[in-house]
Structure formats: structure tokens, C-alpha cells
Design a protein around this ligand. Structure first.
Ligand code: CA
Length: 218
């Protein structure tokens, strides 16, 4: 799954990007509000980590414009500002949660899972329904009650498909949900991923719709 990291502090940004990637996220890092705005416009993010004090455009402005455009990507505000007004303002603008710096990375990951899960409409860590469910905490898939471990990319792919079961996602849409900037994507990367997942989950788990893309059963 991809996360957009918006942070102008070099040290915090670098260590967060590294830690997020270590935790299986693809992290795209931008250092100012205008770049954040254009990255969000490209879409594909599961979640945004947003600093408020940013050059060129304040974090609250990034958030306000994104919500105005109808962008519903979960946003977790990361801020050193201890002002209550800032926090209330960002929540009112549509932030899903906030975390005050400094914070423990484990707590950040837990809050990211929580905002993603709420967006998915799940009250607990399992998302999806029917034969396939994803456990956001363990990154496992639950197939008819049995658990299987997934790689970070397999997990991201299945999460994208399970968001709207029955809907067809194209190769480009899937690539956009899985790979961050600068990650090399071979032309058959998606096919290889899906081939591996069908071996784990059953041949019918992910259906190919010729010429259009892939879907999971509704
Ligand atoms: Ca800042």
C-alpha cells in the first residue's frame, strides 16, 4: 500500500520514510504543500501523513483543497504544534486523526491502520467480506477461515481489489496502488503477482476480465 508522506523536516522525513518502508509501505515523500497537492491529484494513496507547518502551502490548506475536490484519502496529521486550535481546525477540515510529535512509530502504524480500516468501513482489523478478508494488523488474508501470509505487494493489490468487490481494476490502476515513485515496475509485474496469489488463494480468487483488468467476486 502506498502512503504519501508530507514533511519538510529532513531528519524526520528520512527516518519516517525508512521506517514506513521497513513496515511494508511504499512511501512517497514530498517536502512542501504544493508538491503534496499535485501528488494527491495523481491518486493511488491508501493514506496521507501530513505535517501542518510546510513551505509554499500550509498543511491545513493542502487538506482543505483535497477535501474540496472530493478526495477522501484518509489523512493523519502529524504536528509539533501543541495548539488545540490547530488540531480542532484540521479535524474540522476533514483530517481523520492526528498525532503529536514526537511519537512512537508503533503508534503511528496503529493509527494508520485505524484510519484505513474506518475508510474501509470495518470496525475491527478485518476488511473485506465474503470469501476473502484482509487483516490489517498481521497483513494476512483470511480465506474461508484459514490465514495466509502475504507479501507487502500482494497485500496492497488485494486491498485495492477488495475496496470495491466486483469492480474491475486495470493494470495501470493496480500499479498505481502498489508502487511508489522510483520503484521499477516490469511490464508483467502485476501478472506475476496475481499468478502467485492464485496459487495461494485458489484459481478463482482473482478473476481476469479480458482486456480490462482484474476483479474479486462481489
Ligand atoms: Ca514542518
Amino acid at each position: 500500500m502506498r502512503v504519501l508522506l508530507v514533511e519538510d523536516d529532513e531528519m524526520i522525513g528520512r527516518s519516517l520514510k525508512q521506517a514506513l518502508e521497513g513496515a511494508g509501505w511504499s512511501a512517497d515523500w514530498v517536502r512542501d504543500g504544493e508538491l503534496a497537492q499535485s501528488a494527491l491529484g495523481d491518486g493511488g494513496y491508501t493514506c496521507v501523513l501530513l505535517d501542518l507547518g510546510l513551505p509554499r502551502q500550509d498543511g491545513t490548506e493542502v487538506l482543505r483543497r483535497a477535501r474540496e475536490r472530493g478526495d477522501a484519502t484518509p489523512v493523519l496529521v502529524l504536528t509539533a504544534r501543541d495548539g488545540l486550535d490547530d488540531r480542532i481546525h484540521s479535524l474540522d477540515l476533514g483530517a481523520d486523526d492526528y498525532l503529536l510529535k514526537p511519537f512512537e512509530f508503533r503508534e503511528l502504524l496503529a493509527r494508520m491502520r485505524a484510519v484505513v480500516r474506518r475508510r474501509d468501513g470495518a470496525a475491527h482489523s478485518l476488511v473485506g467480506g465474503g470469501a476473502l478478508q484482509l487483516d490489517l494488523t498481521t497483513r494476512e488474508v483470511v480465506v474461508n477461515g484459514a490465514r495466509e501470509a502475504l507479501t507487502a505487494r500482494e497485500f496492497a493489490l488485494l486491498h485495492a481489489l477488495l475496496e470495491r468487490p466486483g469492480a474491475i481494476l486495470s493494470r495501470e490502476q493496480l500499479e498505481n496502488r502498489i508502487y511508489g515513485w522510483g520503484e521499477e515496475v516490469t511490464s508483467n509485474a502485476i501478472d506475476v503477482l496475481i499468478h502467485g496469489m492464485r496459487r495461494k488463494l485458489g484459481a478463482d480468487s482473482i478473476r481476469n476480465v479480458r482486456g480490462l483488468g482484474w476483479r474479486v467476486a462481489a
